[in-house]
Design a protein around this ligand. Structure first.
Ligand SMILES: NC(=O)c1ccc[n+]([C@@H]2O[C@H](COP(=O)([O-])OP(=O)(O)OC[C@H]3O[C@@H](n4cnc5c(N)ncnc54)[C@H](OP(=O)(O)O)[C@@H]3O)[C@@H](O)[C@H]2O)c1
Length: 330
C-alpha cells in the first residue's frame, strides 16, 4: 500500500488507515475478540495508522489499541488519539492542566510514554483562535507527552484557522463523495503549509457501501439510530449530515458509477480510493466492524487511479443530490 508523510509529524503512514470508533462504542456491539481481529487484519493488510479517541467507549478503543501495540512493538505503527470530549465543550476547559490530565489517561490506556499525535476533538470554534491553547499544546510537545498535535474539525473555516498555526501537524476533517467542500480551500492550504490531512467518515457512516435501503434499521445503541438529527453530537458525523433517504438514493447512484467505471472494486473501496486520491490527503480512516471490512478497506489503498470521468460523475452526483444538504453547513 502507498504511504505518505503525515504532515508535520514527519511520519510515513499508509494512505488507508483505520478509524477505531467502532472498537469503542456507538455502533452496536463489537466484541473484544472482533475488535482485536479488526486491528490484526488491518496491520496484516498494510495499515499502519490508527485513529482513536479517549471518549470512544470511554477508553475501550484506546485500551484495545494499547494491547495491540504491546504485541507489535517496533512495527512502525502510528496511533492518533483525541482529547476534549470527556468534559463540557466550553472554551474554559481547553487549558494546560486539563490537557495534561487527559493525555496522561490516554498514555496509560495506550501503554506509551509519549503519544504519537493528539488531536483536539472538535472543540468549540473559539478554541481554534486562542493563542493560549496553542501555547499549552506546544508545552505538551516540549515536555515529551506527545510527539505532535493536531485538530479534528467540523467546518472548513475551523480547518483553515488551524492550518495557519505553525505547530499544528494535522487536521482531521470529513471528506467523502458526499462532502466536497474541503477540496476547495482546505486541501490546497494544507498542502502548501505541509499540514497533514486525515480524512474521516469516508463512507458516510457506511452509506457509500451501497448496502442500505430506505428500510434499513440500526441497533438502538448505534449513533445511526440515536443521532439521526444531531441529538447527541454534531449531526454531520452521522451519514455526513445527509438525510438518510437522500443518502440511500445517492449511494445507489455512486454504486452504479463505481460498478461501471472501476474494475474489481466494491462501492466502499471506490469511495475510499476517491478520498485518498484527492491531492492533499495524507490518509483516509474508514471504520470497520469486522476483519472482512478491514481487509477490503485496506485493499482500496492500492487501487489504481479512478480517472477524470469517475471524478466528474461523482461531482455531478454531489451537485445534483447532496450539495444542498451539506455544502454551506460545514
Ligand atoms: N469528531 C471526530 O473526530 C470523528 C467523528 C467521526 C469519526 N471519526 C473517526 O473517523 C473514523 C471513520 O469514520 P466513521 O467510522 O464514523 O464512518 P465511516 O468510516 O464512513 O463508516 C464506517 C461504517 O462503514 C461500513 N463499512 C466499513 N467498511 C466497509 C466495507 N468494506 N464494506 C461495506 N461497509 C463497510 C460499516 O458499517 P456497518 O457498521 O453498517 O457494517 C462501518 O461501521 C472513525 O472510526 C473515527 O476514528 C472521528
Amino acid at each position: 500500500m502507498e504511504e505518505r508523510v503525515l504532515g508535520r509529524t514527519g511520519r510515513m503512514v499508509s494512505v488507508v488507515g483505520l478509524g477505531t470508533w467502532q472498537l469503542g462504542a456507538d455502533w452496536g456491539e463489537v466484541s473484544d475478540d472482533e475488535s482485536r481481529a479488526v486491528l490484526e487484519a488491518s496491520l496484516e493488510a498494510g495499515v499502519n495508522f490508527f485513529d482513536t479517541a479517549d471518549v470512544y467507549g470511554d477508553g475501550r478503543s484506546e485500551q484495545a489499541l494499547g494491547r495491540f501495540l504491546a504485541d507489535h512493538e517496533g512495527e512502525g505503527i502510528t496511533v492518533a488519539t483525541k482529547m476534549g470530549r470527556r468534559a463540557d465543550q466550553v472554551p474554559e476547559n481547553y487549558v494546560l492542566p486539563h490537557f495534561r490530565e487527559w493525555t496522561d489517561r490516554s498514555r496509560r490506556n495506550l501503554g506509551v510514554d509519549r503519544l504519537d499525535l493528539v488531536q483536539l476533538h472538535c472543540p468549540p470554534t473559539a478554541v481554534y483562535s486562542d493563542d493560549e491553547v496553542y501555547d499549552a499544546l506546544d508545552t505538551l510537545v516540549a515536555d515529551g507527552v506527545t510527539a505532535a498535535y493536531g485538530v479534528s474539525v467540523e467546518t472548513v473555516d475551523e480547518a483553515l484557522t488551524a492550518i495557519a498555526r505553525p505547530g499544528v501537524a494535522t487536521v482531521q476533517i470529513i471528506l467523502n463523495a458526499f462532502r466536497h467542500k474541503p477540496l476547495e480551500q482546505v486541501l490546497p492550504a494544507a498542502s502548501e503549509a505541509g499540514v497533514g490531512i486525515i480524512a474521516r467518515v469516508p463512507l458516510a457512516s457506511g452509506l457509500l457501501s451501497g448496502r442500505y435501503t430506505k428500510d434499513t434499521t440500526f441497533a438502538e445503541n448505534d449513533h445511526r439510530t440515536f443521532n439521526r438529527s444531531g441529538e447527541a453530537f454534531d449531526v454531520g458525523e452521522t451519514f455526513s449530515g445527509v438525510p438518510f433517504d437522500t443518502g440511500v438514493e445517492a449511494a445507489a447512484r455512486f454504486t452504479e458509477i463505481a460498478g461501471g467505471l472501476t474494475q474489481d472494486l466494491t462501492a466502499a473501496q471506490a469511495a475510499l480510493a476517491w478520498v485518498w486520491q484527492r491531492a492533499g490527503v495524507s490518509t483516509v480512516i474508514p471504520g470497520a466492524r469486522n476483519p472482512e471490512q478491514a481487509r477490503l478497506n485496506a485493499a482500496a489503498g492500492s487501487a489504481s487511479s479512478l480517472g477524470p470521468l469517475f471524478t466528474s460523475k461523482v461531482r455531478d452526483l454531489y451537485d445534483e443530490l447532496v450539495r444542498e444538504h451539506v455544502h454551506d453547513r460545514w
